[in-house]
Design a protein around this ligand. Structure first.
Ligand code: ADE
Length: 224
C-alpha cells in the first residue's frame, strides 16, 4: 500500500519512520511518503495559512494551498483522502481494517485552528479522529493512524500471527487479548498462572479464550 502524509512538519515523523514495523512494511514494497504543503503553495514566501473571515483567534490552513499540494502530488486525481480532525469518525480496529484495505491513502494533517471548511467539503473523502480531544496538529494523529494501518500489513510484524490475534481483532471476535506473561515465573510473590507453565496447549488455548471473554465483559461495562 501507498501511504502519503501531507503536513507542515515532515521532520516530526523522523522517529516514526525509523520504527521496526514501519521499516518492515516498507521492505515489503509498501510506501510511506511525506508532502509539505509549503513546498507547493501558490502563495509568496511559503505562506500556507490566513486569518479567518469574520475575525477570531488563530490562523486557518488555506484551501488553495491544500488543493495545490494534492494536485501536485496527484496529477491524475487523488486516492482516498483522509482528513484528521477531532470531530471525525473515531478510529477503531474496524476503521483501521477498512483503511488498510485501500491500495493508496492520503492523510491530511492540519495545524493552527484547522482547515478552511472547503478543504473538509471538497478535498477530503473521510474525516478521522483519534479521540474527542483537540491536539495542536494532525501529526500525532497521523502517526497513530499510520501505525495501526502499517502494522496490519503483511510482513510488518516479525511474527505473522501477532496482528491477527491481538486485542479487538476479528479472530478474537472483537474482544481484548488474553494476558501475557514471561520470565521470571515468580517475582516478589507475584506468580504466573500454572496452566501457562503446564505445556498443555489445549488447556492453554481454553484458558486464553476464557480470559479474553472475561476481559470483553469487563470492557463492555466501562462507562465510555
Ligand atoms: N487534530 C487535532 N486533534 C485531533 C484529534 N483528536 N484527532 C484527529 N485529528 C486531530
Amino acid at each position: 500500500m501507498k501511504l502519503d502524509v501531507f503536513t507542515l512538519f515532515p521532520e516530526a515523523f523522523d522517529w516514526f519512520r525509523s520504527q521496526r514495523s514501519v521499516q518492515n512494511a516498507l521492505s515489503q514494497g509498501n510506501e510511506l511518503r511525506f508532502f509539505n504543503y509549503r513546498d507547493t503553495t501558490p502563495l509568496k514566501a511559503g505562506q500556507v495559512d490566513d486569518s479567518p473571515y469574520g475575525g477570531g483567534a488563530g490562523m486557518v490552513l488555506r484551501v488553495d494551498v491544500v488543493d495545490a499540494a494534492l494536485q501536485a502530488a496527484y496529477p491524475d486525481g487523488p486516492p482516498r483522502v483522509v482528513l484528521l480532525s477531532p470531530t471525525g469518525r473515531l478510529l477503531d480496529d474496524a476503521l483501521a481494517d477498512e483503511l488498510t484495505a485501500e491500495p493508496h491513502l492520503a492523510i491530511l494533517c492540519g495545524r493552527y485552528e484547522g482547515f478552511d471548511e472547503r478543504v473538509h467539503v471538497h478535498c477530503a473523502d473521510d474525516e478521522v479522529s483519534i479521540g474527542r480531544y483537540v491536539l495542536a496538529g494532525g501529526e500525532l494523529p497521523a502517526m497513530v493512524l499510520a501505525d495501526v494501518v502499517m502494522r496490519k500489513l503483511p510482513g510488518a510484524l516479525g511474527h505473522e500471527q501477532s496482528a491477527v490475534e491481538e486485542s479487538f481483532s476479528q479472530l478474537l471476535e472483537g474482544a481484548p487479548e488474553y494476558p501475557h506473561y514471561t520470565r521470571p515465573a515468580a517475582y516478589r510473590g507475584w506468580g504466573v498462572p500454572d496452566v501457562l507453565l503446564s505445556g498443555d496447549h489445549e488447556q492453554i488455548r481454553r484458558w486464553r479464550a476464557k480470559q479474553s471473554q472475561a476481559r470483553a465483559e469487563q470492557f463492555e461495562r466501562r462507562p465510555e
